[in-house]
Design a binder for this molecule. Structure first.
Ligand code: ADP
Ligand code: MG
Length: 605
């Protein structure tokens, strides 16, 4: 059975659920709550599970949505639909402001801040006279659609679940788009930034998105309960939402619903069953609930959803296909390409760059020039400062002196994503791929800057043509480096050598003028190295400029036009490979162990 058949079954079940004859009202109410909570938890899946930003304060946003509509539809006498619009606008505004201030915080400070604002808003609701203080607001009218009142629970059920399913669909779309790839790579930090992902922007986006889902849930809640008071928007609920996300599985859209359902139903059933067993005088529900949840998480570290998905596959079900149809890849329009500088023009000019980490001078007064269509090698023993030089050029690390010019524009001091935009792409010495994304998605992340499709278009899946063009580009670059057959595998399943090659494809997808490769051949077998050398040679033929750090001397000597040797952060020698090879200082300081290779090199010469 395929995933979409299962999905169809679930949808049919949800559609007929309230119509089951003799179904106690209790279960409809329960499903309504599961739907309401799932909306909030879905936001947390995106924010915390995918984006890595932990929030304990989502209940505060639920409160904003609920109180906005409660006040507007009672005291001000507006329709609930006005309440919805106003609630969402208010939530977005507050979330944007809070996000802009707090998302810069790192480590534990962001979660602490979310606790603080959750408490602050809770006390605000409880102390404002016009919101009824701790008594709240009662007498909220039901929502009506074209004059049809959604007062009864089973009618509300349909509104809640339709909105939840739409939100799940939008979130799923978002995750599988250009913006989604950026969001999924937020945790990688420098890597995403090196491909032009504006980290601060996407953090605010997912923060506001999650808050809006909270606000929507609050609106539904207010009109379902017909009364609001501060308690459901306190910290306890904020923590519970996060807990539901953890139980369900932080990384998946369906995990939100499963986690919410399990937590709510288990809690409720314990409240029904336990008093009969141990008597009503002792309150053991929470204790038993806690123990159960510890057991669940011990056996399902990543939550329940991945376990269910695994069981489904073992039973012979197909997972949702990750493959993009070949049609899409073939018929998509090609992306426009950047203009390249004429062969021989100066591409990169580095003048006296300097970087100290505390007392250690990692890069000391390094200068060089790289011309269009040239492969320049940067070699030196471990710790010589090669990778730091890369980081200084690509904007990952700030310079402490000197100047970097790219195509005659000064780039030192610019953020990494701006430098990427200008046409510098790189790979990393320590492979930085997203293991949970497919090889194709990883490569497509490299093309991030070559489209402008935004978050809203992505959520509505209205950017198909754009997205297809990006995927096509990524696929072509993968084919170019010989990874075409592995496109739909998870990148984390590739052997390390291939992951390095994937990094090159990702960098090429950026359509760079300058390609910087940090030890691309490390971990490759002899034949793979030859293939890689061929690819790089071909790229040079097409006018690509490259800066290459590599330890394999054969590889470097055969491929580069120009070499810079570094040692202890300083320049030891520079020149054409054969000159450098004979330089006594180089032989002594670095290439001593290279003497063994001499015969091989001579034989080739
Ligand atoms: P290479 O790539 O040539 O092997 P690196 O540029 O990685 O060398 O490192 C040069 C020196 O700078 C090393 O001594 C390394 O320990 C140090 N170094 C690199 N990055 C940092 C950092 N972020 N903080 C402190 N020291 C660093
Ligand atoms: Mg290095």
């Amino acid at each position: 059975m395929r995933a979409r058949h299962l999905l169809a079954c679930i949808l049919v079940f949800l559609a007929v659920f309230p119509l089951i004859p003799g179904l106690p009202v209790f279960w409809i109410t329960q499903m309504n709550y599961i739907g309401l909570y799932s909306l909030v938890v879905l936001g947390l899946v995106l924010l915390t599970g995918v984006g890595g930003l932990t929030s304990f304060g989502q209940s505060a946003f639920v409160g904003l949505g609920a109180y906005a509509t409660a006040w507007l539809s009672t005291a001000a006498g507006f329709s609930p639909w006005v309440g919805l619009a106003a609630g969402l606008a208010l939530t977005a505004l507050v979330a944007y402001a809070l996000g802009a201030i707090t998302l810069r915080l790192s480590g534990h400070f962001l979660p602490l801040c979310t606790l603080a604002w959750c408490l602050a808003l809770y006390y605000l609701y409880g102390n404002l006279d016009f919101l009824g203080r701790y008594d709240g607001i009662a007498g909220i009218p039901p929502i009506s659609v074209f004059g049809w009142s959604l007062g009864p629970g089973e009618r509300m059920y349909y509104l809640i679940w339709v909105l939840l399913l739409l939100a799940m669909w939008a979130t799923h779309n978002l995750l599988h788009s250009r913006s989604g790839r950026a969001i999924r790579s937020l945790r990688s930090g420098t890597m995403a930034e090196s491909f032009g992902v504006d980290l601060a922007h996407y953090k605010v986006v997912i923060f506001v998105y999650a808050a809006l889902l909270g606000g929507l849930s609050g609106w539904l809640y207010a009109h379902m309960q017909r009364a609001v008071s501060p308690s459901p928007f306190g910290l306890g609920y904020g923590i519970e939402y996060l807990f539901m996300a953890v139980v369900g599985g932080m990384g998946s859209v369906w995990g939100a619903v499963v986690g919410t359902g399990v937590v709510l139903i288990v809690k409720d059933q314990l409240q029904n069953v336990l008093p009969g067993l141990v008597g009503t005088s002792v309150n053991v529900e929470l204790l038993v609930f806690g123990v159960l949840m510890v057991l669940v998480l011990q056996h399902a570290r990543d939550g329940i959803w991945p376990v269910l998905a695994g069981a489904w596959r073992r039973l012979g079900g197909h997972g949702a296909s990750r493959a993009v149809s070949p049609d899409v890849l073939e018929t998509a329009r090609p992306l426009p390409r950047r203009e390249r500088p004429a062969a021989g023009a100066s591409v990169l000019r580095v003048a006296g760059i300097h970087k100290a980490f505390g007392g250690l001078v990692a890069v000391n007064d390094i200068s060089f020039e790289l011309r269009a269509g040239e492969i320049m090698g940067l070699i030196g023993p471990n710790g010589a400062g090669k990778s730091t030089t890369f980081n200084l050029i690509s904007g990952v690390t700030a310079l402490s002196g000197g100047e970097v010019r790219f195509m005659d524009r000064r780039i030192d001091g610019l953020p990494a994503h701006e430098i990427a935009r200008m046409g510098i792409a790189r790979s990393f010495q320590h492979v930085q791929i997203m293991p949970d994304m497919t090889v194709l998605e990883n490569a497509a992340l490299g093309a991030h800057l070559r489209s402008h499709a935004g978050v809203i278009a992505a959520a509505l899946h209205a950017e198909r043509a754009d997205e297809a063009a990006l995927l096509r580009e990524a696929a072509q670059q993968l084919q170019r480096v010989g990874l075409g057959a592995h496109m739909h595998e998870l990148a984390g399943n590739l052997p390390l050598g291939r992951q390095r090659i994937l990094e090159i494809a990702r960098a090429l997808a950026c359509d760079p003028v300058l390609l910087m490769l940090d030890e691309p051949a490390a971990g490759l077998r002899y034949k793979e190295k030859q293939d890689l050398a061929e690819v790089l040679d071909r790229l040079r033929g097409e006018g690509m400029s490259m800066l290459l750090v590599e330890h394999d001397m054969d590889f470097v000597m055969n491929l580069t036009d120009h070499l810079l040797v570094m040692d202890f952060g300083t320049r030891l020698a520079e020149g054409r490979p054969e000159e450098v090879q004979r330089n006594p200082a180089v032989l002594e300081a670095y290439l001593g162990d290279w003497a063994d290779d001499e015969p091989a090199m001579e034989a080739r010469a």
